[in-house]
Structure formats: structure tokens, C-alpha cells
Design a binder for this molecule. Sequence first.
Ligand code: FES
Length: 68
Amino acid sequence: MRAMYICMCNAVTDHDIRREAADGVHTFAELQARTGCSDCCGCCEQEARATFDQAVSQVRCQLPLAAA
Ligand code: FES
């Protein structure tokens, strides 16, 4: 699947965001710190947050449930 640029200011793609989520990034602030996503003009923030939230949800669904 081809990457789609989410943040043009900092050249952050949807693949970059999904990779960060898979690497354990679980807050948008941490994503920003690691990629620079949405820290310039801010035009991408809504789409970036939606992409990130979806990626984090997918990561959480793939985690095995802990036995009680
Ligand atoms: S497009 Fe992402 S900060 Fe400008």
C-alpha cells in the first residue's frame, strides 16, 4: 500500500504514524515529539489524530489478553 502524506510540513506519512503506534507510542504528544507531526501550521492535526487513534486501537486489538 502506498504511503499518504498526512503532515506536509514535516513529511510524516500514515505509514510513519502506524509504525510509531506499533513501536509503542500511545499519546499524540509523544507522536509529535518523535515525528514533528502537527507541530508547524497545524493544518494536519485532525487527520493526524484520527490516523493515530485508529493505529493505536489496532495495536491494542492485537495485544494478547492477560490471564487473570
Ligand atoms: S501540515 Fe502538519 S504541521 Fe503543517
